[in-house]
Design a protein around this ligand. Structure first.
Ligand SMILES: Cc1ncc(COP(=O)(O)O)c(C=O)c1O
Length: 360
């Protein structure tokens, strides 16, 4: 088992392997960050408030959720490890292909993995609700069911009524809904944040790293209510969010709340338009492009394996995410992040040059 994520490329490469907000980071965020470093750098010689009271309040107000149910994170990736350490599940139930960290966490912590598969249907991956609901209660009891929504890498969307049905059916399981890309999806209104107040067996995870395009700064949170919330908050690392990220996001989300809501709305509209443009071009080149509600596209070639494609693309300093590490995808799958119009134009131009009429 190897750890494999996108993003490990040289500076001059157009990196289509890491999906984040193509319009970010917003100017207000950069301005706040510069000001912290220039005028307030002393912030790093103090421990941040380990209760993160102001950050919880800023996140809760921005997302219209309950402050006492918010657990700040150093990026969404931290959530699963805290949940597994605290909940100690008998099984991890995953719906694959999905985010690779879920499998890696199961190996790292020695938790048995039960995998069911999305149903590939022409150019969409369909969520296997019935197969999931028919998992025996013996396997599901005291297990964590991991749902990535919209799903990485397929971009498929799980209806909120399905999340509710899963939580109802498996009362003795914990439903972990990873909404890392939700802020950047046109389906963002159908999120599961509010379900947490109704179901104490649902944890929702968000990534502001993705929403505001700051993978090097990092920010995320869990939304979970009831007894579990207090225990998860108690068992995260005490100063998991560094002082700079803490300061930047408190100011960004409280002082510029309306601007940032508008920024996310503009980003979603931009992603929809660019994704549809890239999709049409790739389809025209005879690639299979799967229906996506996320800032990326899962694509399959009939002829070239992803590694070969990257070798060819890298001659033009372009890099996509080889998706063959996502069980059970084959070597012919790759994932393309939606970037700025300018970068997408370059991607399309190079793809046409390389594969325009050769991908039959
Ligand atoms: C589904 C999913 N969840 C979580 C993460 C990690 O997010 P963050 O960078 O905020 O830790 C990723 C990163 O790619 C992801 O794809």
């Amino acid at each position: 088992m190897n750890r494999y994520h996108g993003g490990r490329v040289a500076e001059n490469v157009l990196d289509f392997s890491v999906p984040v907000n193509p319009l970010g980071p917003p100017k207000h965020l950069i301005d706040i960050l510069k000001r912290v470093i220039k005028d307030n750098v002393d912030t790093i010689i103090k421990y941040p408030d380990y209760e993160y009271s102001d950050l919880k309040k800023a996140l809760a107000e921005f997302y219209n959720i309950k402050e006492q149910c918010v657990i700040p994170l150093n990026g969404a990736a931290e959530a699963l490890y805290i949940v597994l350490a605290v909940y100690r599940p008998r099984n991890l139930i995953v719906v694959e292909p999905t985010f690779g960290d879920y499998r890696e966490a199961s190996y790292a912590l020695g938790v048995r993995l039960t995998s069911i598969h999305y149903i590939e249907n022409m150019d969409a991956f369909i969520f296997p609700l019935e197969p999931l609901l028919s998992i025996s209660s013996n396997i599901a009891r005291k297990s964590v069911i991991l749902l990535s929504n919209p799903n990485n890498p397929t971009g498929s969307f799980i209806e909120v009524k399905y999340v509710r049905e899963i939580a109802e059916s498996f009362r003795e399981s914990l439903i972990f809904v990873d909404e890392a890309f939700m802020d950047l999806s046109e389906k963002f209104r159908e999120n599961a944040l509010h379900l947490v107040e109704e179901y104490d067996n649902i944890v929702v995870v968000r990534s502001l790293t993705k929403s505001f395009s700051v993978p090097g700064l990092r920010m995320g949170f869990m939304h979970v209510c009831g007894k579990l919330s207090r225990i998860l908050d108690l068992y995260r690392q005490p100063w998991n969010v560094n002082s700079i990220a803490n300061h930047v996001f408190i100011e960004l989300l409280s002082r510029f709340r309306d601007d940032m809501k508008e920024f996310l709305e503009t980003s979603r509209r931009y992603i929809v338009l660019e994704r549809s443009r890239v999709t049409s071009h790739l389809k025209y080149m005879r690639f299979v492009v799967y229906r996506s509600y996320a800032p990326y596209l899962l694509v399959r070639s009939h002829k070239f394996i992803a590694e070969e494609m990257n070798n060819m693309l890298m001659k033009y300093n372009i890099y996509v995410r080889d998706a063959s590490s996502y069980t059970p995808l084959t070597k012919y799958f790759f994932r393309v992040a939606i970037r700025s119009k300018h970068d997408n134009d370059r991607f399309i131009e190079v793809m046409r040059k390389l594969f325009g009429d050769r991908n039959e």
